[in-house]
Design a protein around this ligand. Structure first.
Ligand code: UT7
Length: 348
């Protein structure tokens, strides 16, 4: 188990935000038409009422382009010199989706790469993008969390199918001043790979590649191409890790819990977010939630939620925000920032 407690010495500022959801809505009742589940179970156990799902040729790349364009608009810039996409559901295993996203946004030959860290992808990607700026490697970064993860979920498995949704959230980062609103605070990042099997897709990677018998490969059972999840132990880990990680960040800011205007936690389950807030002693009215409408969108979850509360006017310039996420790996991360005076568009 390793925890990196990095400090960004050159301030990196969040200067734009955007989000995008695919138009197709799948309600709990829609799911219960084909699965042995029901609206009441899904709502009470997870907080989810509906989710968005890709259709009509939409994919992680197209969602990322839409969210990225909105973040650039919000930042009032037409380009950046680096594009980073956090995703665990890339368009293809090879190449990374970020170069294509950059091209489709008309960026020219900028640096572009993907980063994989499942539901903590936004926190890891934020830290990595900020590090590129802090080291002088990049001037400004468009960082997008984008997922069409429902394509990797077995729609016949009631244990996972109700939980996930598709979407993208994006931010623009640039160099700035320490005391400027939007300056990213200290990061806490950590992982525990000994529990990797709690949330995993067994096949498709180099360990269990294909079912081509002519090449001497073993056949791969259909279920192995889809996500496997052990919900109960993950739940316990999520609450513990997010709480400890958020506390580590708070300790390194000059904030007390009472200073936190918004706790923005990864939306895996509303009960997890509330349990973490309770442990942190953040009052429930300061806990941001949108899982009811979008489900668990992995790396898109935190930026979509930030965009939602900013667009609604609930999150105001000057508000102090504590961010935390947890997911497959296992991996987790947290940071803090004072919300800048930027425009956020309502997500469709
Ligand atoms: O994104 C980051 C990583 N992911 C997480 O952090 C997920 C963490 N885990 C969770 O959020 C929860 O564990 C779940 C939402 C996945 C499941 O909730 P739970 O309260 O832990 O339920 P459970 O899996 O223990 O199942 C309780 C019961 C079982 O029936 P019995 O054995 O008590 O008769 C399940 O078979 O609920 C049953 N069940 C369902 N019933 C109706 C499981 N899924 C469903 C379903 N509809 N969809």
């Amino acid at each position: 188990m390793a925890t990196i407690k990095g400090e960004i010495h050159m301030a990196v500022v969040l200067s734009g935000i955007g989000g995008f959801l695919p138009p197709r809505v799948v309600t709990n009742d829609d799911l219960s038409a084909t699965l042995d589940t029901n609206d009441e179970w899904i709502r009470t156990r997870t907080g989810i009422s509906e989710r968005r799902v890709v259709s009509d040729g939409l994919s992680t790349g197209t969602l990322a382009v839409e969210a990225g364009a909105r973040a650039l608009r919000s930042a009032g810039v037409s380009g950046v010199d680096t594009v980073v996409v956090a995703t665990t559901s890339p368009d293809r295993l090879c190449p990374a989706v970020a170069p294509e996203v950059a091209s489709r946004l008309g960026m020219g030959p900028v640096a572009a790469f993907d980063l994989t860290s499942a539901c903590s992808g936004f926190l890891y990607g934020l830290a990595a993008s900020a590090g590129l700026i802090a080291s002088g490697t990049a001037e400004s970064v468009l960082f997008i969390g984008s997922e069409a993860f429902t394509t990797l979920v077995n729609q016949r498995d009631r244990g996972t199918a109700p939980i996930f949704g598709d979407g993208a959230g994006a931010v623009v980062l640039r160099r700035g001043e320490d005391d400027e609103p939007g300056a990213l605070g200290p990061f806490d990042l950590g992982s525990d790979g000994s529990l990797a099997d709690l949330l995993a897709i067994p096949a498709g990677g180099s360990r269990q590649r294909s079912a081509d018998a002519s090449l001497g490969h073993d056949s791969v059972p259909t279920e192995d191409w889809y996500l496997r999840m052990e919900g109960r132990p993950l739940y316990t880990q999520a609450v513990e890790r997010m709480t400890q990680s958020a506390q580590a960040v708070l300790k390194r800011t000059a904030w007390s819990v009472a200073d936190v205007d918004w706790f923005v936690g990864h939306q895996a389950n509303v009960r997890i977010v509330r349990a973490v807030a309770e442990e942190l002693e953040v009052p429930m009215e300061r806990v941001a939630v949108n899982i009811d409408r979008v489900g668990n969108t992995l790396s898109a979850s935190v930026p979509l939620l930030l965009n939602d509360i900013a667009a609604s006017g609930d999150l105001k310039p000057g508000d102090r925000v504590l961010l935390s996420a947890f997911g497959a790996g296992l991996s987790w991360g947290s940071t803090a920032l004072v919300w800048p005076d930027i425009r956020a568009e309502h997500v469709n």
